[in-house]
Design a protein around this ligand. Structure first.
Ligand code: ZN
Length: 317
């Protein structure tokens, strides 16, 4: 039993331009960090392929998916917002990222591996049904949750998003459903992109009560996250008893990160990762897939991923 790593050099082909924080060097730093920590050789490296656009259209508008593909083919500079710069390969790379997360999810469901970390880009948790936001094209993790419920028959899937930014896309794509619990910890919306994720946003219609937003005051560090985990995240997971745990793992709450103002250390990320691994063991036989979102200081990102993947590897023992 083991931990899988989803990574492909083609993820580097999504070129975002000089000075853009969401850059190919992020994944180079992640892979170098895993290598230097001696972890790469312990990770399974499954083959995977691009997701079919029809898979993306389960949650995204067909017009939007078509527009992403066309915009890249036509070499347009960005998708919907100047934040989301694209190149000719970006939509194909985004399909590969979604396909990698899907494959990881299938492997864990099949019991081929215990858990998985997906070192993918572009990230996904800001992508809306018909609009790109915040460097994201397709909702990688929301699509995996949809697969688990609709295709694999699960009734309770939990997503914990500890990226420093609110996972607005994930929330909006799934907020009317009770078969996916979405928990997002993030820097408070009044001081941080994208300006949503208030505690009053709790889901809609049949999904009311299945979105838990935990905005945190800017400047908080490991202690504020620990308190939020112990008082809200872990009790809510225990109450929901997920059959599968998905993690939107962003490392931009790091003290060094240039895009936000939280002060989480590598030890803080390690602590959160261990608690989530334990929760998966307790509630769903360890079934866990973690997907990279943000993290823009290369050193902090690399150290955070190493700590996170170490926790996943220990779970598989
Ligand atoms: Zn982020």
């Amino acid at each position: 039993m083991s931990t899988a790593l989803i990574y492909d050099e083609r993820f580097l082909h999504h070129k975002t331009g000089v000075g853009h924080p969401e850059r190919p060097d992020r994944l180079r730093a992640v892979m170098q960090g895993l290598d230097e920590a001696g972890l790469l050789g312990r990770l399974h490296r499954p083959a995977f392929s691009k997701a079919d656009p029809a898979y993306i259209q389960r949650l995204h508008q067909p017009e939007y998916v078509r527009r992403c593909l066309d915009s890249c083919q036509n070499n347009l500079p960005f998708m919907d917002t100047p934040d989301s710069t694209i190149c000719v390969d970006s939509a194909e790379v985004a399909l590969l990222a979604a396909g990698g997360v899907l494959e990881a999810t299938k492997l864990v469901m099949a019991g081929s591996v215990d858990n998985a970390f997906c070192a993918v880009r572009p990230p996904g948790h800001h992508a809306e049904a018909g609009e790109s936001m915040g460097f994201c094209l397709f909702g990688n993790i929301a699509l995996a949750a949809d697969h688990l419920t609709r295709e694999q028959g699960l009734q309770r899937v939990a997503i914990v998003d500890f990226d420093v930014h609110h996972g607005n896309g994930t929330q909006h794509l799934l907020e009317d459903r009770e078969d996916v619990l979405f928990i997002s910890l993030h820097q408070e919306p009044i001081t941080c992109y994208p300006g949503t994720g208030y505690a009053q946003e709790i889901g809609k219609a049949g999904g009311e009560g299945f979105t838990l937003n935990i905005p945190l005051a800017s400047g908080g560090g490991d202690e504020i996250y620990r308190e939020a985990f112990e008082s809200q995240v872990l009790p809510r997971l225990a109450d929901y008893r997920p059959e599968f745990l998905l993690i939107s793992a962003g490392f931009d709450a790091a003290v060094e990160d240039p895009l936000a103002e939280m002060d989480v250390t590598t030890e803080g990320f390690e602590w959160m990762s261990r608690r989530l691994v334990e929760a998966a063991k307790t509630h769903c036989a360890g079934r866990l897939v973690s997907v990279l979102e943000g993290g823009y200081d290369l050193g902090a990102l690399s150290r955070g991923v190493v700590a996170h993947v170490s926790a996943l590897l220990e779970a598989g023992g």
